[in-house]
Design a protein around this ligand. Structure first.
Ligand SMILES: Cc1cc2nc3c(=O)[nH]c(=O)nc-3n(C[C@H](O)[C@H](O)[C@H](O)COP(=O)(O)OP(=O)(O)OC[C@H]3O[C@@H](n4cnc5c(N)ncnc54)[C@H](O)[C@@H]3O)c2cc1C
Ligand SMILES: *[C@@H]1O[C@H](CO)[C@@H](O)[C@H](O)[C@H]1NC(C)=O
Ligand SMILES: *[C@@H]1O[C@H](CO)[C@@H](O)[C@H](O)[C@H]1NC(C)=O
Length: 564
């Protein structure tokens, strides 16, 4: 492609934007000078901040290790060997956040944004070694303090800060609507909405109401220049990209306004288990037949009915691992209706009234997370509920049911040494009805299930034990290749997986990044890259899987109206 005049102008503009601040400000005589200069910058840009030292933390300070550690959820990235940010920034207000981003840009620091720290690869707070020659140092802008949920039950909306957890959001919505409203998002109560909604966000109401990101009506974002933009100011291109394009690429989301959904006063749940007995081939085969029938119907059930399958190893006797298959359900109606639906669509599972429990929607969110004994809803507010562990996760999509041979292979692998667990979640319903280009989440019509492979351990990072577990999860993923989506084989950005590929600083390009970008986003990756070129051409927001900029002649292609 010949570089056009517009293209050259854009490059010149980028150059001018970078130029004035790089030469003087990058030559710091060490961390101390950077820290001092940064404090002065924040003080000048956020004058209301009485004590900038409370939000700017250098590695030499006593407060730094525990602040950085606070929300490192995956212990693989909590070791002293993990590359740390040159500065950890903890804005307490939106004005602080704006100053922090603007000062990072002036100091030649790239920005990683952290809300809840659940990123499976830790990209919100760590870089991946080795460091590329010429890599810019990075700062972490941690917006955990920008929380809060304001529910407007009459308008069926809530405004929520990025540092609010899903548990806090669910709790406030249920409380302030008298149990009449809910929100469709993930099951882990400690995940924060900052990252979760940015990457999509699916959970047991997705078949009825879609993703968390599908239910966003407005957002406020601090862009690479430190400006605060709402939907009207940012334009529909950036607003589109924020709702599923993955966090950490376009700016710091400082609030979401979400549409709440009606939930009935009584919903119902069941967990039906099949523990495979040793040497019982007949039982194993009947379980394979059950999983086969379930796969034929679960994606096409009425939207009110979500029935997933989880396969995990159960330690029966010392050294004896047996596959345990659990069907878990949420129905937006009572048990008598649920049992009737199940006997119509999947009589093979044999769900009876005694398997089923009526409860409020907020209780069902606890139940789905594993608190099945009627614990109080306040449990959802505990920010330490999810234990910190060492883990690796991968995800696939099914466009057709896994055949019996594949299911037998999964049941065999689940009991291997070092093995983990597998969840299969049905999509269909609202997930399939949404057009592929409506949001960046591209796995819509025809993507019947997602399959999640988890492995976790306790024995530390970087050793033989880790190698064994990583080998298991990669092995299962390899085994599944013939049975899952292809062209390309798909993944989900909220289940971040660096095995798919990475940017290298200084060589980040759209063409190279397509290898993993189209796995997450299919054709939507191109539009994401065009939005990136418009809102962050310098890549102030950079990580190993940030969206690279794609500079094209016709800027309007990305949906942003530009009058230049
Ligand atoms: C135990 C567990 C259970 C999970 N269950 C589900 C589930 O049921 N459904 C599901 O869909 N996902 C699930 N996830 C994945 C989860 O949704 C993602 O990891 C999510 O991105 C985490 O958001 P966070 O803010 O907690 O994490 P962070 O690590 O802080 O952020 C994740 C990503 O978003 C970026 N980001 C964070 N905050 C902002 C912001 N304010 N503005 C812009 N970018 C930002 C980060 O830079 C990073 O790239 C689960 C994860 C875990 C660990
Ligand atoms: C970080 O937290 C983990 C687990 O909570 C702990 O093992 C580790 O020692 C902590 N590191 C620091 C520097 O606080
Ligand atoms: C369950 O719900 C159905 C449909 O809303 C209703 O007709 C029925 O009376 C309810 N049953 C019980 C036991 O509440």
């Amino acid at each position: 492609m010949q570089p056009s005049f517009a293209h050259l102008c854009l490059l010149l503009l980028v150059f001018l934007l970078v130029w004035p601040c790089s030469p003087q400000e990058q030559e710091h005589d060490g961390d101390g000078a950077l820290h001092e200069s940064f404090l002065r910058c924040v003080a000048s840009l956020s004058p209301a901040t009485t004590d900038p030292s409370r939000l700017v933390h250098a590695p030499s300070e006593a407060s730094y290790p525990s602040l950085l550690n606070a929300t490192i959820q995956n212990l693989r990235f909590a070791s002293p060997r993990t590359p740390r940010p040159a500065l950890l920034l903890t804005p307490a207000t939106v004005a602080d956040a704006r100053a922090c981003v603007a000062c990072c840009r002036r100091h030649g620091l790239t920005v990683r944004v952290r809300s809840g720290g659940h990123d499976y690869e830790g990209l919100s707070y760590r870089s991946v070694p080795p460091r590329a020659a010429g890599a810019r140092p990075f700062a972490v802008v941690d917006v955990a303090a920008l929380g809060g949920v304001r529910v407007d039950a009459a308008r069926r909306e809530a405004r929520v800060g990025p540092g609010a957890t899903l548990g806090e959001l669910y709790y406030a919505v249920a409380r302030d609507s008298g149990g009449s409203l809910g929100f469709p998002a993930g099951i882990c109560p400690t995940v924060c909405v900052g990252g979760h909604v940015s990457g999509g966000g699916f959970g047991p109401m997705m078949r009825k109401h879609g993703l968390a990101a599908d239910n966003v009506v407005d957002a406020e974002v601090v862009d690479a220049e430190g400006r605060l933009l709402d939907r009207a100011a940012m334009g529909e291109g950036l607003f589109w990209a924020l709702r599923g394009g993955g966090g950490g690429s376009f700016g710091v989301v400082v609030s979401w306004t979400v549409r709440l959904v009606p939930v009935p006063p009584v919903v119902s749940t069941f967990n039906v288990r099949r523990l495979l007995r040793r040497g019982d081939r007949r039982q194993a085969e009947s379980t394979v037949r059950l999983l086969t029938k379930w796969q034929r119907v679960a994606h096409a059930l009425p939207d009110d009915l979500f029935v997933k399958a989880a396969i995990e190893p159960k330690l029966d006797a010392p050294g004896e691992r047996r596959p345990l298959v659990t069907f878990k359900s949420l129905f937006l109606g009572n048990c008598s209706s649920m049992v009737a639906e199940m006997s119509t669509h999947l009589p093979e599972l044999g769900v009876t009234p005694s398997d089923c429990r009526d409860m409020s929607w907020i209780q069902s969110m606890l139940y789905f997370y594993g608190y099945t004994d009627g614990q109080p809803a306040e449990v959802l507010l505990d920010r330490t509920l999810q234990p910190k562990e060492y883990y690796k996760v991968k995800l696939d999509y099914l466009t057709s049911p896994i055949p019996a041979a594949g299911l037998r292979g999964l049941l065999a692998r689940i009991v291997e040494d070092g093995g983990g667990s597998i969840d299969i979640d049905p999509q269909g319903g609202a997930m399939g009805a949404t057009p592929e280009s409506a949001t960046p989440y591209a796995h819509r019509r025809g993507y019947l299930y997602n399959v999640q492979y988890f492995v976790k351990w306790h024995g530390g990072a970087g050793g033989e034990e880790e190698e064994g577990h990583l080998g298991w999860v990669r092995g299962v993923h390899g085994f599944m290749a013939p049975y899952v989506s292809s062209g390309p084989r798909a993944a989900y950005v909220n289940f971040r997986d660096l095995d798919l590929g990475m940017n290298v600083e200084g060589e980040t390009s759209y063409e190279k990044a397509r290898a993993w970008g189209e796995v997450y986003f299919r054709g939507n990756f191109r539009r994401l890259a065009m939005v990136k070129a418009e809102v962050d051409p310098e890549q102030v927001f950079w990580s190993e899987q940030s969206i690279p900029p794609l500079f094209v002649e016709r800027q309007s292609e990305s949906g942003l109206v530009s009058d230049t």
